[in-house]
Structures are given as structure tokens and as C-alpha cells.
Ligand binder design. Structure first.
Ligand code: IPE
Ligand code: MG
Length: 235
């Protein structure tokens, strides 16, 4: 592909449940296939040379799903963290997990901490999983941190700018997404990377997430190349 690569691709992985329902399978089967698609997508991103990949796996609102489904998803996360990290590390990938960790079981928090620590020095692929994540909560937390710094006299409120704000988001050390993909035909942002995606090119894919693969990632890159990004200036 003689095209420019986006530095950072963000994906809302949606449609596991509908993929399963279309096959008469339980939702859990859709989530298991979704985890396979995640694995393929990470490999594909690595092969294409994409440096930053951020995936929305579980929103702060998803905690409201039936207990059994939340348990299934947490089980998959636990399994993923146990079985995939050594491989990711071997491939030179760095894992970050963004979101509210206070709601995870302690063993999951420990697995996340260990995975982040192990892969901290890697930079070939920066893989970020958004789990128990909500962009409004993230933005509110950044505002709260700035307010606390100002109230304590550590910063001058007049010094607060977009840079100071972004430095207090979970994604402080990540570039903004260039491409924002959502699968399953839904055309919503659903509280994912709201601040960071200010200038992202939105790409909506009709396929359900378990059917998404490297070819779809390449299609999204081609679509990104067809768009003219002006960042508010004149083309
Ligand atoms: C995406 O698939 C995975 C999660 C949000 C955990 P869904 O579970 O949202 O699947 P649909 O939208 O019901 O098809
Ligand atoms: Mg959904």
C-alpha cells in the first residue's frame, strides 16, 4: 500500500452479541470470538506498522449488563492477561489499560499492573485497552486534578490550557487518534476518547466485531488516505 499510515488507530469493538445471536449462540460465544478478533487485529496492526492501537473493550456503562455477562467478560480479560502478555512482550508491544480500575477484582488489577510493568520498555506497538472506561469520567477527573492543583497553589488557573488538560488524561503519553473505527454499523462515539478524537477521521464498518480482520484494518487505512485532513485550516 503506497499510502500514509495513521499513527494511532482507535477502535470501538462492537457487535459481539449480535454476531452470536445471528448464529443462535449465547452472547458469551460472541465475546469469545471477539477476543479472537482482537488477537488478529493486534497482529494485523503490527504487520501494517501501526504504532498505536487503542481498543474499547468494556465501558463504564457495561457494568450495568447482567451479572453473568459481566462475569464472562471479566473471565475473558483474566484469561487474556494470563495467556497473551508474554507473547505481546516478545513482539515488542507495550500494554496500557485505561479506565476505572477500582471496580476490578484485585487479581485482575494485579495482572494489569504486572503486564504494564513487564512491557513498559517496549515501543514497537503501543496497545491500549480501554476497560471500565468512560470519556466523561476521564475528562471530569482531569478537571478535578487541575482544580486541586490550583486550589493548593501548585498551578495558576490562568496557566490551564489544552496541553495542561490533556496531560491529566489517561492517554497523557499517547498521540491523538488519527482514525476512529466502530464496527457493527452503529454510528456513535459512545463515550470513547471524546477529547482525544477531536480531529480523528471516523470510519464506520458494518461488520460485527468478531468478523473484523486485517483486511478491514487495511480498508480503514485506505479510507483515511482518501480523506483530506485540514484541522480547521484551508486545504
Ligand atoms: C461489544 O459487543 C463488546 C462489549 C461491549 C463488551 P456487544 O456485547 O456490545 O455486542 P452487541 O452490541 O450486543 O451486538
Ligand atoms: Mg454493543
Amino acid at each position: 500500500m503506497s499510502t500514509a499510515l495513521p499513527t494511532h488507530v482507535a477502535i470501538v469493538m462492537d457487535g459481539n452479541g449480535r454476531w452470536a445471536r445471528a448464529r443462535g449462540l449465547p452472547r458469551a460465544a460472541g465475546h469469545r470470538q471477539g477476543a479472537e478478533a482482537l488477537r488478529r487485529c493486534i497482529v494485523g496492526a503490527g504487520e501494517l506498522g501501526i504504532r498505536y492501537l487503542t481498543l474499547f473493550g468494556f465501558s463504564s456503562e457495561n457494568w450495568n449488563r447482567p451479572f453473568g455477562e459481566v462475569q464472562d467478560l471479566m473471565g475473558l480479560l483474566r484469561h487474556y492477561l494470563r495467556s497473551e502478555i508474554a507473547d505481546l512482550h516478545g513482539k515488542g508491544a507495550r500494554l496500557r489499560v485505561i479506565g476505572d480500575r477500582t471496580r476490578f477484582d484485585p487479581d485482575i488489577v494485579a495482572l494489569i499492573d504486572n503486564a504494564e510493568e513487564l512491557t513498559r520498555g517496549n515501543d514497537l506497538l503501543n496497545l491500549t485497552l480501554a476497560i471500565s472506561y468512560g470519556a466523561r469520567d476521564e475528562i471530569v477527573a482531569a478537571a478535578r486534578a487541575l482544580a486541586a492543583d490550583a486550589a493548593a497553589g501548585r498551578i495558576d488557573p490562568k496557566s490551564i490550557d489544552a496541553h495542561a488538560f490533556q496531560a491529566r488524561l489517561f492517554t497523557a503519553d499517547l498521540p491523538d487518534p488519527d482514525v476512529f473505527i466502530r464496527t457493527s454499523g452503529e454510528k456513535r462515539l459512545s463515550n470513547f476518547l471524546l477529547w482525544q478524537s477531536a480531529y480523528a477521521e471516523l470510519v464506520f464498518v458494518d461488520k460485527y466485531w468478531p468478523d473484523f480482520g486485517k483486511a478491514d484494518l487495511e480498508d480503514a487505512v485506505r479510507e483515511f488516505n482518501r480523506r483530506e485532513r485540514r484541522f480547521g485550516a484551508v486545504g
